[in-house]
Design a protein around this ligand. Structure first.
Ligand code: SF4
Ligand code: F3S
Ligand code: FES
Length: 234
């Protein structure tokens, strides 16, 4: 099939303003949008800039807006778009560095702010810190995050103010808050009870719709809100 790929182009060093470049190319319905971008870069314009690494939905580096929705280019197949017209743009809410590449630093600063690491200063047992399957299940969903930013960059509260921790950071906090072996839940809940914490979330659900790992993001945020309100982690 023939597809028309319309790609957002902007080089702040040379362009006064962004523009869209159109490319017509042959594609298989099972091609991924990432394959099309690679084709354009390899055959039409080597200056086209975008991030990618694993090409298999694991590294989280190729989040972009594809026909208006945040997606990983390596997981989006052409036939899933139900259109031969494909528009590719950078994710919103983060400054553009070039073409489809955005500055991820505010996103990672928010991630770092919630202590996204295991904390337990109690003497380690001889073998390992045991956990029941039920306790492990409690935070299983939020272990799946690949930090792609599809969720945070689709959240109107984050667009309004990038100091809002955002759904990805709250998912990262959830993964440790509900881990029975961790001892820093109270600190994380305190951080997320601040002005730019969980209460900036107005349950809009864009984050859940956007997540390529199908994490129940809004539910996780709700569980963190409830833990703050009740002072209980259950
Ligand atoms: Fe990406 Fe989902 Fe993690 Fe958000 S929660 S960063 S959308 S994997
Ligand atoms: Fe934003 Fe998701 Fe909440 S889109 S407002 S973080 S439910
Ligand atoms: Fe790694 Fe798409 S290139 S997730």
């Amino acid at each position: 099939m023939q597809v028309t790929l319309k790609i957002f182009r902007y080089n702040p060093e040379t362009d006064k303003k962004p523009h869209y470049a159109k490319y017509k190319l042959e594609a298989e319905p099972t091609d991924r949008v990432l394959d099309l971008l690679e084709y354009v870069k390899g055959n039409f314009d080597g200056t086209l800039s975008f991030r990618r690494s694993c090409a298999h939905g694991i590294c989280g580096s190729d989040a972009m807006r594809i026909n208006g929705r945040n997606r990983l280019a390596c997981k989006m197949l052409v036939h899933e778009l139900h259109s031969s017209k494909i528009t590719v743009e950078p994710i919103l809410g983060l400054a553009i560095i070039k073409d489809l590449i955005v500055d991820m630093e505010p996103f990672f600063a928010n991630y770092r702010s919630v202590m996204p690491y295991f904390v337990n200063d109690e003497p380690a047992p001889k073998q390992e810190r045991l956990q029941s399957p039920e306790d492990r299940e409690r935070f299983d969903d939020t272990t799946k995050c690949i930090l792609c930013a599809c969720c945070t960059a689709s959240c109107p509260s984050f667009w309004a103010n990038d100091e809002y921790a955002g759904p990805a950071a709250i998912v990262a906090a959830h993964r440790f808050i509900f881990d029975s072996r961790d001892r820093a839940a109270a600190e994380r809940l305190e951080i997320l009870n601040q002005q730019f914490g969980v209460y900036r979330c107005h349950t809009i659900f864009n984050c859940t719709d956007a997540c390529p790992r199908e994490i129940q993001v809004t539910r996780a945020i709700g569980e963190v809100k409830r833990a703050i309100a009740t002072g209980k982690i259950d």
